[in-house]
Design a protein around this ligand. Structure first.
Ligand code: ADP
Ligand code: ZN
Ligand code: ZN
Length: 725
């Protein structure tokens, strides 16, 4: 038998897969971790395939596998395949994909002596000779034939083998590890769960459609905020787990969606496992094993949960599928939606993408009939979407209001506070890039080639386009209206809080941003405080825009709606529209329809106008035209090549080399932009340079990119990046 093994070493330019002989006495399966000789030393690897030995192999004098690390495969056969696919799709080493799938520490540590027991299993050949050999050989063969043995039972039966066992462990042919005792919690039927809602017509239509669809089908569930999408997931899931299938529910960020998580836990109790970034290594390992053994029916988790080793995956739900957190920005740079689609095609799991404001890509797939499309257009309980008032901040300024709050927003806030209702103020600010805007006409300085906003580089005192790297000096007057009032833009949450306290000294204000919400705990505290009306006004960034359901909020104010419109990002309109709609969705959940005030410097922009009428279609029509015209996704792809290095000189040299290697792509119809310094030219001590490629993917160009990725370790390549800064 020959095993192909992906090696746990990153060697630039070298093939990552090697063939080894499997010794007859050793049982090895696909997905198992093995010890292998590599060069003069020993290395670890993952078995990706097994085959019969051919004559060619015989002549190659292949080295043998030394032993296994665990007695079971770490990766199921389809995860092994997925890793190979990802390596091609996202230009990474297969091992980088596998590392994303295997928790850092798969060995379970005993949490308490009662719950864990020690197991012995064979990990390599017994190599001993001489007097003691027969005894060792005997024990080794016994353990091998059993697969694994509890250490306690083994020593009870054969106390004389204690030393021999220790010797086998020492020579590396047998390992002893902890395994949790089967402590699977049994669900007592007496436990009371909130009974499912009686579905309305739109919801039951959705559930039936998804339930009766063939396996492997993919769905966009497009439902306005409050239309009851979560209840649809819950009921499809209920049927799935009744049928013995496992379900994965992905949320953008666990900490930001306490309500969603609670709803799953309330409905399904201890069938639910959580998967998020603040789990300890041992919790992670526990959940991972529980999933592998089929003891967990439902996992609610963040994007990396997509790689959990489900055996009977029936459904993957991506809630708020438009969120940027579904894209991993480090190796392996996958998009969770693509991986979910791959799983649908290869495991037969169904996929539901849920959103009130789907990503352009998903909306496009639905309209092309590449995936199923279900729409829910009414809010539960005949509630209406709140009226949205758009305020032109240029006019406020002209009429002498210098406050960051328009008169309309001040009026609504005062009214809400007088009536003991709550308000949320959103500040749409992200990233560190600054841009320059005219305070009279609201325009930001744009790139003449790319229709994106130029980024201001303070150290150079210049504006730069981060798509085509066009550079210009800072203009003194606005080229639209001639005004001299050209400023950098930016007000932080702190500033907004101050302003609220100045205008409404009695109001109790909560601030929610990356600085104040550092843990899941602090987030939950904030959420509860606001839920239980211990605060009147919540001031936050877009991180609080999603998934929250507060019944006492009657006013939502968007302090500066167009900030995101000025980011150097082709998704900027999409993001702005999404934020406005999601934020508006935070009100009108009680009896009162509520009110939304959107403050903007460029209120005529279609993203803002479409949000006013809650019209996804209106927004989509305009945006997709723009994407088509400029060849942005879903009509074409972008690849961001980024070189980073602690030495600026080295970074530039590497970039020059990379530029040289991609040069040929221009003859294949790709547009090459750059190289140039990144919008944020230095991060954590590393200098950063970018090249952007635009065009359609072909196997030839992917091969060239893959070669670059494998040869230049300080160069990373991201397909359709989310953050271009
Ligand atoms: P979405 O996920 O689309 O924003 P939710 O599923 O959160 O909507 O539903 C909004 C609210 O309506 C929730 O409080 C939910 O419990 C409730 N709800 C959902 N479906 C029903 C139903 N069929 N009958 C009554 N209430 C429902
Ligand atoms: Zn102007
Ligand atoms: Zn440009």
């Amino acid at each position: 038998m020959i095993a192909d093994v992906v090696i746990d070493r990153l060697i630039p330019g070298l093939d990552q897969s090697w063939s080894y002989k499997v010794p007859e006495e050793l049982t090895v399966v696909v997905g198992q971790r093995v010890r292998i000789p590599f060069g003069k030393s020993e290395s670890l690897g993952i078995v990706t395939s097994l085959r019969e030995e051919t004559d060619v192999d015989k002549n190659l004098l292949l080295k043998p596998i030394l032993g296994v690390v665990e007695p079971y495969p770490l990766l199921s056969p389809w995860l092994v395949k997925l890793g190979l696919w990802m390596a091609q799709e996202y230009l990474c080493f297969p091992m980088q994909a596998y590392k994303a799938m295997i928790p850092r520490n798969v060995r379970l540590k005993p949490s308490s002596s009662q719950r864990a027991e020690e197991v012995c299993y064979v990990v390599g050949l017994s190599r001993t000779r001489g007097r003691k050999a027969s005894r060792r050989q005997q024990l080794w063969e016994l353990i091998q034939s059993e697969g694994s043995m509890l250490k306690r039972e083994l020593l009870e039966k054969m106390p004389e083998m204690r030393t021999t066992l220790r010797e086998l462990v020492k020579e590396g042919s047998v390992a002893v590890t902890y395994r949790e005792r089967d402590t699977r919690p049994s669900l007592s039927p007496a436990q009371s769960y909130p009974s499912p809602h009686i579905l309305n017509e739109e919801q039951s239509h959705a559930v039936e459609k998804i339930w009766t669809a063939p396996s492997g089908s993919k769905w966009l569930l497009e439902g306005i905020t409050g239309s009851g999408k979560t209840e649809v997931y819950l009921q499809v899931i209920d049927r799935m787990i009744q049928g013995g299938l496992q379900v994965l529910v992905l949320v953008p960020e666990i900490a930001l969606t306490p309500q969603t998580v609670l709803r799953f836990q309330n409905r399904f109790g201890n069938h639910v496992g959580l998967w998020h970034s603040s789990l300890t290594d041992s919790d992670r390992a526990k959940t991972w094993h529980a999933v592998r053994r089929g003891e967990v029916s439902i996992v609610v988790g963040v994007r990396s949960a997509i790689f959990l080793p489900f055996e009977r995956l029936g459904l993957v739900v991506l809630d708020e599928e438009h969120e940027g957190t579904y894209k991993q920005e480090e190796h392996p740079r996958y998009h969770t939606r693509d991986v979910a689609f791959w799983l649908a095609d290869h495991t037969g799991a169904k996929v539901i993408l849920g959103s009130a404001t789907p990503s352009l890509e998903t909306a496009f797939y639905a309209r092309q009939n590449l995936i199923g499309w279900i729409r829910m257009t009414r809010r539960i309980g005949h509630r209406t979407l709140p009226p949205v008032e758009i305020v032109d901040m240029r006019q406020e300024l002209q009429e002498g209001n210098h406050s960051i709050f328009s008169r309309a927003l001040q009026y609504e806030l005062t009214r809400a506070l007088n009536r003991q209702e709550q308000a949320i103020l959103f500040l749409n600010r992200r990233g560190y890039a600054s841009f320059v805007m005219c305070r009279d006409c609201g325009r930001a300085v744009q790139c003449p080639n790319c229709a994106v906003t130029l980024t201001y580089h303070q150290n150079l005192n210049q504006l730069m386009c981060h798509y085509c790297f066009f550079i210009m000096t800072l203009p003194k007057v606005c080229n639209h209206c001639g005004s001299h009032r050209i400023r950098y833009f930016g007000a932080g949450t702190e500033r907004v809080v101050e302003e609220v306290q100045k205008l409404w000294p009695a109001a109790r204000v909560l601030r929610a941003d990356r600085d104040t919400l550092t843990s899941r705990q602090s987030y939950f505290q904030m959420y509860q405080d606001f839920m239980e009306q211990r605060a009147d006004v919540l001031v936050g960034t877009q991180m609080i825009a999603k998934g929250m359901d507060f019944t006492h909020v009657s006013v939502v104010g968007i302090v500066a709606a167009d900030v995101a419109l000025h980011l150097p990002d082709f998704r900027r309109s999409e993001r702005t529209f999404q934020l406005l709609v999601q934020a508006s969705g935070r009100t009108g959940r009680g009896e009162d329809p509520g009110k939304v005030v959107v403050q903007a410097y460029e209120p005529e922009h279609f993203a803002i106008q479409s949000a006013r009428s809650h019209s996804y279609d209106g927004f989509y029509q305009k945006e997709i035209e723009y994407r088509k015209e400029l060849g942005y996704p879903p009509y074409g792809n972008l690849w961001l090549l980024e070189v980073t290095d602690t030495s600026d000189d080295r970074a530039q040299k590497t970039m020059a080399r990379v530029a040289d290697k991609v040069g040929i792509l221009s003859t294949m119809g790709l547009q090459i932009l750059g190289p140039a310094p990144a919008p944020v030219p230095k991060v954590r001590g590393r200098f950063r340079y970018h090249i952007l490629l635009k065009g359609s993917r072909t196997p030839e160009m992917m091969a060239i990119l893959s070669k670059i990725e494998h040869e230049e370790l300080s160069c990373s390549i991201t397909v359709d990046p989310y953050y271009m800064l």
